[in-house]
Design a protein around this ligand. Structure first.
Ligand SMILES: Nc1ncnc2c1ncn2[C@@H]1O[C@H](COP(=O)(O)OP(=O)(O)OP(=O)(O)O)[C@@H](O)[C@H]1O
Length: 455
């Protein structure tokens, strides 16, 4: 039995969930907004189930507080299908997993079990973790031209000591690439230390990287080794490097140039031999989001750049990845899925996979879980995924019916927006009625109005 903090502002849905979780032996505390859930955070909670959109903020605000307080609680985000992109990104911020609404009970139990069973090191994608080498058997190389190029670059740069900047969309496998480089380098039998700069608070980033000595600031109760020292002789992977504050960037540049670090509060310097691989899904110098990334540091970490292709651009690899993730899910869930129906294959091909490999892996795991026999049907896919593809097909066969937008996502969004506007007009802008006609709850309608800028 686990103690679960359930944060969901749709009271009907949260009562249903509460009943379901209790029936499955858990103890549940319910909260309905960011404010009250933050007040209830403490070490007795084993797991959090967080709605993404809450009345006074988002689930990520709660998550930030969990992190700031140093609590090691696995968090599962519940999100609408339209927010998958955000949910995948949220995993970078320490979310254990996400599930899409409408929540499927079997899927929820599977994700809960995974989260509760993970050993404490893996409970939350922690800021630092060393990766066992045998995991490399999990790496699918792919056969497309893009994958061959990627592999070629990995092989080329691995044996050198160059700093590498790995760029790519969320969930494309940047950390896998970094690990691959490490395992093929002369440093392979030394530590690979991964730090997610996206989860480091501003205050703690310098101490996490460079260490501190006891008493150097409030809360520094003992001496602490920084991750640079932990990675000595090996590789330090700095994920989401664009999130480092300006001050820390200055310190990092110095560490890279002079190969020495100075723990906070220490008056002596420590020599370190560390290869740095950094990753970002931003254009570090070009985008306003990372507007103040230092150019000198950028050039120092970008001695060699590797761009990891998005899943939708990996052509023939798609089948290899599907096969791999199905086999993995079969093994984990004790299922025997060997075929995908034609419809599932078509949907997989047409979908644009904003969350890339991470999303594919999750969708497949859910599909395998919901497939008792040997053939996976589209009924085992998230409803809205199927719907968005069907809408896309409709647009293709009626190209003049509306603007033809550039990609699948914007097409289905344009369609949804139009539908909402039509219904609102029909019901004379009575939102409760509109929600009824559209067969969604009012909160979902409000979220959509907000999203599409309909007032
Ligand atoms: N080559 C691969 N073979 C098999 N699985 C892979 C491969 N690359 C990535 N994955 C899977 O996809 C998931 C996402 O990979 P990873 O965390 O490396 O992506 P990322 O680009 O670093 O993500 P983010 O941008 O969120 O930091 C991993 O959990 C892993 O299971």
């Amino acid at each position: 039995m686990a103690k679960i903090l359930l944060v969901e502002d749709d009271t009907t849905f949260s009562t249903i969930l509460e009943g379901f979780l209790k029936k499955n032996g858990h103890q549940v505390e319910m909260r309905y907004n960011v404010k009250s859930s933050v007040k209830s955070l403490d070490e007795s909670i084993d797991l959090m189930l967080l709605d993404y959109r809450l009345g006074d903020g988002t689930g990520l605000d709660v998550l930030e507080e969990v992190r700031n307080r140093g609590l090691n609680i696995p968090v599962i985000i519940m999100t609408s299908f339209n927010d998958v992109r955000t949910a995948v990104r949220a995993m970078r911020l320490g979310v254990f997993d996400y599930i899409t609404k409408p929540v499927n009970p079997d899927e929820l139990l599977m994700v809960l079990k995974d989260a509760l069973n993970h050993n404490s090191e893996e409970q939350i994608p922690s800021t630092t973790k060393k990766l066992p080498e045998e995991e490399s058997s999990d790496f699918v190389k792919g056969v497309s031209t893009q994958s061959k190029k990627l592999q070629e670059y990995i092989n080329l740069v691995a044996p050198t000591d160059m700093s590498v900047l790995v760029r790519g969309e969320s969930g494309t496998g940047k950390e896998y690439v970094a690990r691959s480089i490490h395992l093929k380098s002369n440093r392979a039998n030394k530590p690979f230390v991964s730090i997610d700069c996206g989860t480091l608070s501003k205050e703690l980033a310098a101490s996490e990287l460079f260490g501190h000595i006891k008493g150097s600031f409030t809360g520094a109760l003992t001496d602490k080794k920084g991750q640079f020292e932990e990675a000595d002789g090996g590789t330090l992977f700095l994920d989401e490097i664009g999130n480092l504050s300006y001050d820390v960037q200055v310190k990092l540049l110095r560490a890279l140039q002079e190969r020495v670090i100075q723990p906070i509060g220490a008056n002596k310097q420590i020599k370190v031999d560390v290869r740095v691989i950094a990753a970002t899904n931003d254009d570090l110098l070009g985008s306003s989001a990372s507007g103040n990334f230092r150019e000198d540091l950028y050039h120092r970490i970008n001695e060699f750049e590797i761009i990891v292709p998005a899943l939708r651009d990996r052509g023939s690899d798609m089948d290899t990845f599907i096969e791999f993730f199905v086999a993995k899910a079969n093994k984990e869930l004790n299922r025997q899925v060997v075929h995908l129906s034609k419809e599932v294959k078509d949907i997989f091909k047409a979908y644009d996979w904003p969350g890339n490999l991470r999303e594919l892996k999750n969708v497949i795991k859910r599909m395998v879980l919901l497939t008792p026999g040997d053939t996976a049907e589209s009924s085992a896919l998230p409803d809205e995924m199927v719907l968005s593809i069907n809408q896309h097909k409709h647009h293709e066969s009626h190209p003049n019916s509306e603007h033809v937008a550039a990609d699948l996502k914007s097409q289905s969004e344009a369609h949804e927006r139009q539908l909402i506007m039509d219904v609102l007009q029909q019901v004379k802008y009575n939102k409760s009625k509109a929600a009824q006609v559209l067969n969604i709850d009012r909160k979902t309608l409000y979220n959509k109005l907000d999203k599409y800028g309909i007032s």
